[in-house]
Design a protein around this ligand. Structure first.
Ligand code: S3P
Length: 448
């Protein structure tokens, strides 16, 4: 079932070549944070290039429910009139975060140290995902949570009336958990400290500093120690959202496996906590180049040029790279099918608790398309068949997971027989223009 309406089966078939420019939408992680931090500032934040995907729109609506003004000015421009740190009002209805783990977890953090109560829910995918990873540290601030069995949504959070700051070591590599703790720390007096053993995406830290919070990161042998001074007055910002490397992954990977392709994907953020896929693809022998490498808003940015790469080799992806490409393993496994040799992906237990169990979803679909996949709890391997040797010809489940749907549609662009996904609806959560953008490059995608 699509999260919004009836299932929308989609099919992709072998295409001649992909050519042209792929202008992918704004970064999802930064878009969520722009709305939330805008709502926590005093005054007017302007956002350009916001991702207008369902996940982010749900976060925008949530910020309105907590009292901020959120206004669509058209063409990716948005305005947020914030209520300030600690200024959230109590929502008078259930907050529906749709499909978005990032949305719900960050918002729970942001409201947990306010003297209000809020109830959160989502679609069937979100309501099956673990929330204790967030509510456990939020309890340290004095917040209480009551949810369903196993710490699942729907869930009510009673915010701390007199919050205390927390010191927390994040037990899983998760930027969502880290960010929830930091956002809760905003309205606690004194210093909140978060320790992460493995570096995860650092947009929250960078953006909090940009909004005027006092935040520092110390890199030690134990990991990164992030210290935030509570109760700052956040200053509204003008934000230009960079384009999403996780969305860029789809046209890039499609170009690598489709004969004769040459695709330019401009203005992609290459923050080292996000760019692991591109390093991995280069190690596999991809004809992938960073053109016009530059700095924008303190972040490395480049135009990615991806060309058909018939001699890709399977590799072992270093486990310590996992966090920097966690959302890209599904599409990497598709590229791996077109490589020669085996691609090993280890240290990826987190893939089991994403929008779907992504190891299981990809393994089943790849096997149905003629690929040999082995898996364990925190690893999987894909046996590459080499270019021109991937059969395809299967109908697979997208399981309310946008990245599973897009990955199998990419596979169908280069496999002998077409690939069908049972529901392409979830693609709208992160990449609403996927179909038209890929079609513009020459992909053959149909609704069936
Ligand atoms: C995100 C963090 C990641 C990622 C998600 C977006 C974020 O999740 O999978 O798509 O914006 O913080 P985890 O932090 O749970 O690994």
């Amino acid at each position: 079932m699509s999260s919004h309406g009836a299932p929308m089966p989609m099919l992709s078939r072998k295409c001649a070549s992909l050519k042209g420019e792929a202008n992918v939408p704004g970064d999802k992680s930064i878009s969520h944070r722009s709305l939330i931090l805008g709502a926590l500032s005093i005054g007017e934040t302007r956002i350009t290039g916001l991702l207008e995907g369902q996940d982010v729109l749900d976060t925008g609506r949530a910020m309105q429910a907590f009292g901020a003004e959120v206004q669509d000015l058209g063409q990716g421009n948005w305005r947020v009139q914030g209520v300030g740190v600690g200024g959230f009002a109590e929502p008078d209805h259930v907050i529906d975060c749709g499909n978005s783990g990032t949305g719900v977890r960050l918002i729970m953090g942001a409201m947990a140290t306010c003297p209000i109560t809020a109830t959160f829910s989502g679609d069937a995918s979100l309501n099956s995902r673990p929330m204790a990873r967030v509510t456990d540290p939020l309890a340290l601030f004095g917040a209480q949570a009551v949810g369903r069995e196993g710490g699942r949504l729907p869930m009510t959070i009673v915010g701390a009336r007199t919050p205390v700051p927390a010191h927390y070591t994040v037990p899983v590599p998760s930027a969502q958990v880290k960010s929830a703790v930091l956002l809760a720390g905003l309205n606690a007096p004194g210093e909140t400290v978060v320790v992460e053993k493995e570096a995860t995406r650092d947009h929250t830290e960078r953006m909090l500093a940009g909004f005027g919070a006092q935040i520092s990161t110390e890199v030690t042998n134990e990991g990164r120690i992030i210290t935030l001074q509570g109760q700052p007055e956040l200053k509204p910002q003008d934000i230009v959202v960079p384009r999403d490397p996780s969305s860029a992954a789809f046209p890039v990977c499609a170009a690598l496996i489709t004969e004769g392709s040459d695709v330019l994907v401009p203005n992609i953020g290459l923050n080292p906590t996000r760019a692991g896929l591109f390093t991995t693809l280069k190690e596999m022998g991809a004809d992938l180049n960073y053109e016009n490498l530059r700095e924008e808003g303190g972040e490395p940015v480049a135009d990615l040029r991806a060309r058909f790469s018939p001699d890709l080799k399977g590799i072992s992806v270093p486990p310590d790279r996992a966090a920097s490409m966690i959302d890209e393993y599904p599409v990497l496994s598709v590229v791996a099918a077109f490589a020669s040799g085996t691609t090993e992906m280890r240290g990826v237990r987190e893939l089991r608790v994403k929008e779907s169990d992504r190891i299981d979803a990809m393994a089943k679909g790849l096997r149905a398309a003629g690929i040999t996949v082995e898996e364990g709890e925190d690893w999987w391997t894909v046996e590459g068949r080499g270019f021109g040797e991937v059969r395809g010809g299967a109908t697979v489940e997208s399981r309310l997971d946008h990245r599973i749907a897009m990955s199998f549609l990419i596979l169908g662009m280069a496999s002998e027989k077409p690939m069908t996904v049972d529901d392409g609806g979830p693609i709208a959560t992160s990449f609403p223009i996927f179909e038209s953008l890929m079609g513009g490059l020459g992909a053959l995608i149909e609704r069936v």
